[in-house]
Ligand binder design. Structure first.
Ligand SMILES: NC(=O)c1ccc[n+]([C@@H]2O[C@H](COP(=O)([O-])OP(=O)(O)OC[C@H]3O[C@@H](n4cnc5c(N)ncnc54)[C@H](O)[C@@H]3O)[C@@H](O)[C@H]2O)c1
Length: 255
């Protein structure tokens, strides 16, 4: 893909799953990658493995729910690599304590609602808020934010998760509209069911069967499927795509 060589891209949530696959793919395309995550060991492992393969990467431990920590993530890219050209927001609180207790409107505990918004929505707001001035200083940049297919199709459960991800769409369209003329693009990727360790841990076999029936593809998603789409959106090949939501879901819903 064009235009990623020598670009600096932050993957916010890059220690595992889709974020880790995207960090690898970005590095393969020549980008320098800062792998940020609350999981310090995972981030270090991903950055180390990119370097072993001949790519350029560093790890940075941060908490996307904390403003100072998000500011420090962007500062680390400036200090280590001299700037920021791309940001992939992919972190989410998918833990048993949060996603695992996320039920419906009437039943969801208030702390689950608040935590979901804090990490999955406010976190993206914070990283982008600190990254945009740094991108403007370089003459522009690209952001990709991660939502979920359930935002597009609805769900009987996970009201907090879905609402937090829906907010990310409005946030992304705001960024695209406010700074598009200054050469900043902000798009959204909406993965369908992707077989990450977390997905396997959090979804029952019965739920997976139901989703599989809705697929046109003969298989579930791989992290690399999302990595390819995100890398495209961050590259110059995606330079006329702004403010869009791209479903990457094996044809789960046709729009
Ligand atoms: N896997 C799927 O089927 C699927 C489907 C739709 C959407 N998604 C979305 O894709 C993204 C990645 O999911 P995944 O399946 O790869 O899961 P994952 O658990 O492998 O990745 C999430 C990453 O976010 C990090 N993280 C969590 N809280 C954080 C915090 N406070 N600060 C910094 N980092 C934090 C985790 O440590 C982890 O590395 C999520 O946003 C998820 O909602 C996944």
């Amino acid at each position: 893909m064009r235009g990623l060589a020598d670009k600096v891209v932050i993957v916010a949530g890059g220690a595992s799953g889709i974020g880790a696959a995207t960090a690898h793919r970005l590095a393969e395309e020549g980008a320098t990658v800062l792998v940020g995550d609350v999981n310090a060991a995972g981030a270090a492992q991903v950055a180390g493995s990119i370097r072993e393969s001949g790519g350029q990467a560093a790890a940075h431990t941060f908490d996307i729910a904390d403003d100072d920590s998000c500011a420090a993530l962007i500062a680390a890219a400036l200090d280590s690599f001299g700037g920021v050209d791309g940001l992939f927001n992919v972190a989410a609180d998918l833990s048993r304590n949060t996603l695992g207790r996320d039920t419906d409107l009437v039943g969801v505990p208030l702390d689950v609602w608040r935590r979901s918004l804090e990490v999955n929505l406010t976190g993206y707001f914070l990283t982008a808020r600190h990254a945009v001035p740094a991108m403007l200083a370089r003459g522009g940049g690209a952001i990709v934010n991660t939502i979920s297919g359930l935002v597009l199709h609805g769900d009987r459960s996970r009201v907090a998760y879905g609402s937090s991800k829906s907010g990310v769409v409005a946030l992304s369209k705001h960024i695209a509209t406010r700074w598009g003329k200054e050469n900043i693009r902000c798009n959204v990727v909406a993965p369908g069911m992707v077989m990450t360790d977390n997905n396997k841990a959090m979804n029952s076999e019965e739920y997976r069967k139901t989703v599989f029936e809705m697929l046109r593809s003969p298989r579930f998603g791989k992290p690399e499927d999302i990595a390819a789409a995100v890398t495209f959106l961050l590259s110059e090949d995606g330079e006329w795509i702004n403010g869009q939501v791209l479903p990457v879901n094996g044809g789960t819903g046709l729009r």
